[in-house]
Ligand binder design. Structure first.
Ligand code: SF4
Length: 375
């Protein structure tokens, strides 16, 4: 994963990541699979003249197929897996009154900020890997086994909303375990590749994502926008604890949003922080010991990943909001809207992982963080 660290301004980084991916696609000895983050299906269409907030999942899969990837998979699949692990982790903490508030860890921009500025809260971070990193860990174990591939034959590419995901790809603890993503390109870099080969994206005939790691629920789709991770987790948490469904949270896209969720006789207090300055406000309260929250979602970008730095520009607030609404509508239209009902996830636990938070899950799907110099 060298391409993330070459150039601090990102210019050379972009170039070398795209050429690395082309190199892998042209290499006959490599089996190259791709995962697209939940937000991408709501943003990439803009670059091809489509309306803001258009959901282009099938055309995106078709474009990736034409670029030559061997399998077209979605990070959304792994977002459902993150919910299984993180939801169960939260239940354990909540019932044991330990390491609360629970703080989400799927945004690498936020995790790094925490490591630099709030190292005392590292134990509150979810130890669950992000969907991108869970995907790659499962690809390099389960998928390799199912497909009878040699370990060094597989090459995993992520299409991601920001360059922070390139930083995540290179985190030592992922590389040490050989579970890292091999290359990360942003939405705009993918657009460059699509334009380079002259695909008429808007008129492509769509295709489905591939089986095994390509099915996702509505819960996973909303990971791409703010509040989505919290809503998706609590859907699974509430149902597991009470058998009752969670109603829509209808959280806003900006500032700090709050929700109180009744779970049996107890109330789970939830906060969503959009952007790091809003996060700092909440975290200072946690540090001082007067926070009422049990579950905090932090996204470094206002509007969440639909507002990421690697998405199509110019990205006005209005445009980001439409992208977020696109994902929420997608969730609303899905027949399966809860992560614990994703058939591919159930199969994965049944055949390979065992239980959420079990030995194999812990080994492959959880990670650690480290204190960094203050900045
Ligand atoms: Fe990247 Fe922003 Fe999403 Fe964080 S919120 S993962 S920085 S796009």
């Amino acid at each position: 994963g060298q391409c993330a660290t070459v150039c601090p301004t990102g210019a050379i980084t972009e170039k070398s990541c795209v050429s690395k991916v082309w190199g892998a696609l042209e290499n006959e000895d490599k089996h190259v699979i791709v995962q697209t983050a939940p937000s991408i299906q709501a943003t990439v269409g803009e670059e091809f003249g489509m309306e803001e907030g258009s959901i282009v999942t099938e055309k995106l899969a078709a474009a990736l197929d034409k670029l030559g990837f061997d399998k077209i998979f979605s990070t959304d699949f792994a977002a459902d897996l993150t919910i299984m692990e993180e939801g169960n982790e939260f239940i354990k903490r909540f019932q044991g009154d330990k390491h609360l508030p629970h703080i989400t860890s799927c945004c690498p921009g936020w995790v790094k900020f925490c490591e630099h500025n709030y190292p005392d809260l590292i134990e509150n971070l979810s130890s669950a890997k992000s969907p991108m990193s869970m995907f790659s860990a499962i690809a390099k174990s389960y998928y390799v086994e199912e497909m009878d591939l040699d370990e060094d034959e597989l090459y995993v590419v992520g299409v991601m909303p920001c360059t922070a995901k390139k930083f995540e790809m290179n985190r030592d603890e992922l590389i040490e375990t050989g579970s890292e993503t091999d290359a990360v390109i942003t939405t705009r870099e993918l657009v460059r590749m699509i334009k380079e080969v002259g695909l008429d994206f808007a008129n492509l005939e769509g295709r489905e994502y591939d089986d095994m790691m390509g099915t996702s629920t509505g819960a996973a789709n909303i990971f791409g926008t703010t509040g989505g991770v919290a809503e998706a987790s609590l859907r699974t948490v509430k149902e597991k604890l009470t058998g009752e469904s969670l109603g829509r949270l209808n959280l806003g896209f900006e500032g700090i949003n709050e929700a109180e969720i009744e779970i049996g006789d107890e109330t789970v207090n939830v906060a969503i922080a959009n952007g790091l300055s809003n996060a700092a406000e909440i975290l200072d309260e946690v540090r001082e010991g007067n926070s009422k929250y049990d579950f905090i979602e932090v996204m470094a970008c206002p509007y969440g990943c639909v507002g990421g730095g690697g998405q199509p520009v110019p990205a006005t607030d209005e445009r980001k909001q439409k992208r977020g609404e696109g994902l929420k509508n997608m969730d609303g239209a899905k027949t399966i809207r809860k992560s614990h009902e994703n058939p591919e996830i159930l199969k994965l636990y049944d055949e390979f992982l065992g239980e959420p938070l079990g030995g194999e899950s812990h080994h492959l799907l959880h990670t650690r963080y480290k204190e960094r110099e203050r900045n």
